[in-house]
Design a protein around this ligand. Structure first.
Ligand code: FE2
Length: 375
């Protein structure tokens, strides 16, 4: 037996797109000032940085909010012309940018575009008195893009051009820590195309797959494949609708977002009971499951540290895999269009995505879909 890697093996295991994690998530919204207030009040984000007419940016206003390692940017157009206004008109509020933190944004752009990615932004150096940032970007599904951010020579608040945002309104944090995963909804028969994109163009691996037997209720179905980068810091599950008796929740999203796009951002916490109680008291609305979900929960997932009597009133779901268990809950959409929502997740060993909860969860989603007349 030969344990030595050949030079060819070394070449194939070398990550051509090393990622250090999610750098920021940028949303294009109809009213960034109000959206920023919502994310501070409801989710406990902190004021970080601002760019807009007062700082010399004439076509937009952007508010940067942080909470632990999370960084959200809320951008709105100042005029009805231009790509940001077009995006908001078509999609409503939604995720435009899933930005990825890299050591070399030029190389990230070169490696991905040479493998077939469509360029969104050529490598660009931005400078101010705090140093320089290099950014580049590529298109992914729908109108969504990935921007690569190289910030090792920068010590400002966010990016050159942004000023520190000092606010007198500073609600407390809610224990939200970092992006666990971001899920994309793509069209009929498009999942494998985007799986191949993340494999070929970005060097990701398909670590889990769910078909319509795993994810179906009496009425609707979807399929999903989880893509992960080499070090596992960045995970992008990709969903597509599947045939059911009624309309899939993914199809409802596509109808209202008017294209493929980000369905949910999952945010990690290390104390889901505290975080969810806090978020609820701040007005965040969550999907609920029938209390019967908890009747045989321990038979399904084994022993857990939490008391079911604490989980059930909040509607927190539990699932397990070979490595441990996880607790999760999903918000209702955070816009009037039934599009983007959030997941709050606490992992206790489990690296999976809550397959055991899919049925209960999708039945909850369908109740909401039915109330909107879209099932
Ligand atoms: Fe998720």
């Amino acid at each position: 037996m030969n344990d030595t890697l050949t030079s060819k093996d070394v070449e194939t295991v070398k990550d051509f797109l090393p990622l250090k994690g999610t750098d920021y998530v940028e949303f294009y919204v109809g009213n960034a000032k109000q959206a920023a207030h919502y994310y501070k009040t409801a989710f406990g984000f902190q004021s970080c940085a601002y760019a807009g007419p007062e700082t010399g940016v004439k076509d937009r206003a952007s508010y940067v909010l942080t909470q632990n390692k999370l960084r959200f940017v809320l951008t709105t157009p100042i005029h009805p012309e231009g790509s940001i206004a077009d995006h908001v008109y078509k999609h409503g509020d939604g995720v435009k940018v899933l930005a990825l933190w890299v050591d070399d944004a030029t190389k990230a752009w070169e490696e991905t575009t040479k493998r077939g990615a469509k360029s969104f932004m050529e490598p660009t150096i931005e400078k101010d008195k705090h140093g320089q940032v290099v950014r580049s970007g590529i298109h992914t599904y729908g109108d969504t893009v990935h921007i690569f951010v190289e910030r090792k020579d920068y010590n400002g608040e966010f990016l050159p051009g942004y000023v520190k945002w000092e606010s007198e309104y500073n609600p407390s944090e809610a224990g939200l820590l970092y992006v666990d995963h971001c899920v994309g909804n793509v069209g009929w028969n498009e999942m494998n195309k985007w799986v191949a994109f993340y494999e070929d163009v970005m060097g990701f691996k398909n670590i889990l797959s769910f078909d319509d037997n795993d994810i179906s209720t009496e009425y609707s179905a979807l399929m999903s494949k989880v893509m992960s980068n080499g070090n596992g810091y960045v995970k992008f599950p990709i969903n597509e609708p599947a045939e059911g008796k009624k309309k899939s929740q993914v199809e409802e999203y596509l109808d209202f977002y008017r294209s493929q796009g980000v369905q949910h951002v999952a945010i990690a916490t290390k104390d889901i009971l505290k975080t969810v109680s806090d978020l609820k008291s701040r007005g965040v609305e969550f999907l609920t499951v029938p209390q019967s979900y908890y009747d045989d929960l321990l038979d399904r997932v084994g022993e857990i540290d939490e008391d079911i009597n604490d989980l059930a009133p909040l509607g927190i779901l539990v699932d397990h895999d070979d490595e441990g268990y996880l607790l999760q809950i999903f918000t209702k959409p955070v816009e009037d269009r039934p599009t983007l929502f959030y997941e709050i997740i606490q992992r206790k060993g489990a690296k999976s995505f809550g397959k055991g909860n899919f049925k209960a969860l999708f039945e909850a989603l369908e109740r909401e879909q039915d109330r909107r007349g879209n099932l």
